[in-house]
Design a protein around this ligand. Structure first.
Ligand code: S3P
Length: 175
């Protein structure tokens, strides 16, 4: 029986804010893989990338996914690149109902702004970067997902409600 809900999707798709709202709504614990990685490394993600490289980040991330997916009754917000590792997807599929949050590239850009916390979006043309990376990951996201929610123009509370509704109708249910 799958006991957790994992939120997947591109950077800026709303996994953190929706995950927090959904955890309140359903009375489940909120876990964020990025937060575990930062805690384990003792530094922010941008510094892990610049000092240790993306491969080191992905190793820490896989460890965080494996531990999180063993939870019993949690909403797990997964970093945007989690789905590119098949081991991560397998671990999530075993114990979680997987919800994909989608947003258009333009909406994604509005949400992520110009912040420096996301090393993979450091580019002169951020919209072009978002489009290219999102395209290369589209199949990973869609093949991992049990439930899909389009979030453009919908506020956080409404997205959380839509997910809760979908979970209620979904037969691979949480206890
Ligand atoms: C990444 C997404 C980020 C973070 C890291 C890499 C990615 O998480 O894990 O910067 O590969 O898409 P968010 O999706 O929470 O921004």
């Amino acid at each position: 029986m799958r006991k957790n809900v994992a939120l997947i999707g591109f950077m800026g798709s709303g996994k953190t804010s929706v995950g927090r709202a959904l955890s309140k709504k359903l009375g489940l614990r909120f876990i964020e893989t990025d937060e575990i990685v930062e805690k384990d490394a003792g530094k922010p993600i941008a510094r892990i990338f610049s000092e240790d490289g993306e491969r080191a980040f992905r190793r820490l991330e896989a460890e965080a996914v494996s531990r999180s997916s063993e939870a019993k009754g949690a909403i797990i917000s997964c970093g945007g690149g989690v789905v590119t590792n098949p081991d991560n997807v397998a671990a999530l599929k075993r114990n979680c109902i997987i919800v994909l949050l989608r947003a258009s590239p333009e909406e994604t850009l509005r949400r992520v702004g110009n912040g420096k916390s996301r090393p993979l979006l450091r580019a002169k043309d951020r919209l072009a970067r978002i489009k290219a990376l999102a395209k290369s990951r589209k199949n990973y996201y869609e093949s991992a997902a049990d439930i899909l929610v389009d979030t453009d123009g919908i506020n956080v509370g409404k997205v959380a409600s839509l997910i809760a509704e979908n979970l209620g109708n979904y037969d691979g249910n949480l206890d």
